[in-house]
Design a protein around this ligand. Structure first.
Ligand code: ATP
Length: 512
């Protein structure tokens, strides 16, 4: 997939009411987006798939909904005030600002591409007898590129770990990385930039209190750990799940809803006995990958990416990456956070956040495995995986969103063949009987062909056409989105046919 397809997806999102630029009539607000009438349904379905997979399928996972505003000391304790920074660098000619780490990562990805292209070319040339491992180990051009990559990579990982901003800049200079806009290498120093938004709360004689818009939902879970454990009589291991908005003043906010300043997260913190965290880390990695793959976007579109730089609190971390139109990118992070957060909140608040383990007959600060996924990135990967342009017989073409039926905003469109003879009334009757179970849409405008196209474009899995015969024998034509096949069925069968595929329960059963 290419940038070109990405542009088409963005305009498709706008044209069909999935995603709008925020404040559009005022020329927009950078990296902030609104979800439209179709987008909100799809987004809600994604959230439901995640929520149910957590709290229905795991007896020991419960949810909460904590506030966006929290006591400012929380962000001291979590490390966000001091260390939630991105290294930024400006190009003096274009005046564009970049994340220094992203410039270097993109450069590394280019070298990887070069190597992979070389391998692909050779695979074609040698055909069946091709031995990829051997080729990678012996081809001089590959060896040279690989060595170059490894060297940059180890310098990069070290610079990040040491927080060495001069070295990050030096790598950019040494790799001759140019600004994509000006094409020059005229770079400023690298500086740290804190990503939290601050605002003021209340007004007292001494002034207002500085509070932050939360940059992640996780801290709301940590500070409620004991509340939930005690009132829910939870026993370790157990998890707390939450879906909610998070805010980050991203330096380079582009790529549509991939990197936003206001976004939504679905996070789950799983509390375990110290020493058992790496086993749970492995389990949650597997569980979460299964959740992604069950959507059927293609197993080859996912991969794990282990972190080069472990955050100060983590003892293991990986990302689940999805192949976006612009390459493999992080959709979800899975982190083993040790007891860093709870221990730190104990220290800063002076309150005990320990668990008494009746089996071990002792108290301890639990260790935590976190799974953290962005709703918006999940939305984008869903769009990218579902968008298709198809050539049809007779020189026609169609754009179709092949959304998993359980996620589709509209499950069923009911279309009277003509606007008269009692057909609209019959169509309404069908909707009235199905509307409690499925989101239905009525459409009587334009030809049937045009109406099918409109439903294809929003990913509606089923269209039902009501014609004159329907009045006589209570049958309708049902048309399937992906195959475009049609069959005649009795109206009372519709509910069964539709519920089988669109049911969230059936989707959950594949992973539960
Ligand atoms: P990145 O390296 O891309 O900035 P991150 O590693 O900072 O992401 P986390 O802090 O692990 O991200 O956040 C967990 C998840 O939240 C990410 O996997 C992503 O899906 C989502 N997320 C983070 N930042 C943004 C953003 N600015 N816009 C949309 N989603 C985001």
């Amino acid at each position: 997939m290419s940038e070109d397809v990405f542009k088409k997806i963005i305009s498709h999102c706008k044209e069909y009411g999935f995603v709008f630029q925020s404040s559009e009539i005022y020329d927009g607000l950078s990296a902030v987006y609104d979800y439209g009438q179709m987008g909100v349904e799809l987004k809600n379905n994604l959230k439901r798939y995640w929520w149910d997979s957590m709290v229905l399928l795991h007896e020991n996972v419960v949810g909460i909904d904590s506030a966006i505003f929290m006591h400012p000391t929380i962000w001291k304790a979590s490390g966000h005030v001091d260390a939630f920074n991105d290294p930024l660098i400006d190009n003096k000619d274009s005046k564009k600002r970049y994340r220094a780490d992203v410039l270097i990562e993109d450069h590394l990805a280019k070298i990887d591409d070069k190597i992979n292209k070389e391998v692909e070319k050779a695979a074609k040339r040698f055909g069946e007898s091709f031995d990829e491992t051997m080729f990678r180990q012996t081809n001089p051009r590959i060896l040279e590129n690989q060595a170059k990559r490894d060297e940059i990579h180890s310098r990069f990982a070290k610079a990040l770990n040491d927080n060495n901003l001069d070295e990050l800049r030096q790598i950019i200079i040494d790799c001759e990385i140019v600004c994509p806009v000006s094409g020059t290498r005229n770079w400023t120093e690298v500086r740290q930039f804190n990503l939290m938004f601050a605002t003021e709360m209340g007004s007292t004689a001494d002034g207002a209190m500085k509070v932050y818009l939360r940059p992640e939902t996780a801290q709301g879970i940590f500070v409620n750990f004991l509340n939930v454990q005690k009132t829910g009589r939870m026993k370790i291991p157990f998890g707390i799940a939450q879906i909610g908005k998070a805010f980050r003043n991203e330096i380079v906010a582009r790529q549509f809803i991939f990197r936003m300043r206001e976004f939504e997260q679905m996070e789950m913190q799983f509390f375990v006995r110290p020493g058992e965290e790496l086993d749970w880390f492995a389990k949650w990695k597997e569980t979460r990958m299964k959740w992604h793959k069950a959507l059927g976007y293609g197993d080859n579109k996912y991969r794990f990416h282990d972190h080069d730089k472990l955050a100060h609190y983590a003892n293991a971390a990986t990302d689940i990456e999805f192949e976006m139109p612009f390459g493999f990118k992080e959709v979800e992070g899975i982190h083993s956070r040790t007891d860093f957060d709870l221990a730190s909140h104990e220290k800063f608040s002076g309150k005990k956040l320990q668990y008494f383990d009746p089996e071990l007959n002792k108290s301890y600060t639990p260790y935590v495995i976190e799974t953290s996924i962005g709703v918006d990135r999940m939305f984008l990967s869903t769009m990218a995986a579902s968008y298709a342009e198809e050539e049809l017989e007779g020189g026609e073409s169609r754009v179709v969103l092949k959304l998993p039926a359980a996620l589709a905003p509209i499950k069923l469109a009911v279309l009277p063949l003509v606007k008269k003879d009692g057909l609209p009334e019959k169509a309404r009757e069908i909707i009235d009987s199905l509307k409690f179970d499925f989101k239905c849409q009525y459409d009587e405008k334009d030809s049937i062909g045009k109406r099918y196209r409109r439903q294809d474009a929003i990913g509606t899995p089923y269209c039902v056409t009501v014609d004159h015969q329907s009045l006589e024998d209570n049958t309708v034509t049902i048309r399937y989105r992906d195959t475009m096949q049609q069959e005649r069925v009795t109206i009372d069968k519709l509910s069964d046919i539709i519920s089988d595929k669109v049911s969230m329960k059936n989707l959950l059963k594949t992973i539960g």
